[in-house]
Design a protein around this ligand. Structure first.
Ligand SMILES: C[S@@+](CC[C@H](N)C(=O)[O-])C[C@H]1O[C@@H](n2cnc3c(N)ncnc32)[C@H](O)[C@@H]1O
Length: 223
């Protein structure tokens, strides 16, 4: 039987690719930067916005024989970081959505809370067995995994926090960000990722998120 094929746009080092592979997909990634640790079956180094512009003219240019498209555009424009340092970051979501609507394949756009997604569902790591990150991410348009009644406390070096000094970072929830508070070993175990560098994992989503979404997509595409 033919394996379902996914195009993984803005792929980074492959948090999404790993989850989609586990859901049964053959995955080709595209990213503007070289991704020597990317774990998909193929990789295109290019500006995705330029690829999408060409694909609007001729969808086969980018989609080839893909069954669906995943897009994880950079999130900095929608985060607290942007509000704090007031830098202008690329705001690509509207353009990506417009191109994907035009191309017409089923698609998923994933991003952080605050991003301009239409009717997204949320996945919360605190409700996913095996993970030790909260790391809210939004997806359109499938079934999410919402937060538990209360989030667990997250390991911190901030003395102002009430739970400072009370948690062991090897066992507790941790934060996986550039300014994060965990060792790389702990970030890897908390996210279920064992192949990424510190910079790569700070950008990634847990493969279990993409696996959850991928299983739903595979069922939809095979129906
Ligand atoms: C949030 S990260 C993706 C993380 C990935 N989904 C994962 O789970 O590992 C966004 C990626 O978009 C890439 N990127 C930013 N602008 C781009 C563009 N115009 N074209 C292609 N890739 C771009 C960055 O290099 C980065 O790897």
């Amino acid at each position: 039987m033919r394996r379902l094929r996914a195009l993984d746009l803005f792929c980074g080092a492959g948090g999404v690719a790993k989850g989609l592979q586990r859901a049964g997909f053959h995955v080709i990634g595209a990213d503007i930067d070289p991704q020597r640790n990317y774990c998909g079956e193929g990789f295109i180094q290019d500006d995705v916005m330029a690829l999408l512009a060409l694909a609007v003219e001729d969808p086969s240019f980018i989609t080839n024989d893909a069954d669906f498209v995943w897009a994880s555009p950079p999130c900095q424009a929608y985060t607290d970081l942007q509000k704090q340092n007031k830098r202008a970051y690329d705001d690509l979501i509207a353009g990506v959505r417009e191109a994907l609507e035009w191309i017409g394949l089923p698609y998923v756009i994933e991003n952080v809370e605050g991003a301009p997604l239409v009717d997204p569902v949320r996945i919360c790591g605190a409700s996913v067995p095996g993970l030790r990150v909260i790391r809210h991410r939004l997806f359109v348009p499938l079934i999410g995994i919402d937060c538990p009644a209360e989030h667990p406390p997250v390991f911190t070096h901030d003395k102002r926090k009430a739970h400072y000094g009370q948690l062991d970072q090897n066992l507790s929830f941790v934060q996986v960000t550039g300014g994060g508070n965990a060792t790389i070993a702990n970030k890897r175990s908390a996210m279920g990722i064992d192949w990424m560098t510190n910079a790569e994992i700070n950008e990634a989503i847990p493969p279990l998120y993409a696996q959850w979404i991928g299983v739903q997509l595979a069922a939809h595409l095979s129906a």
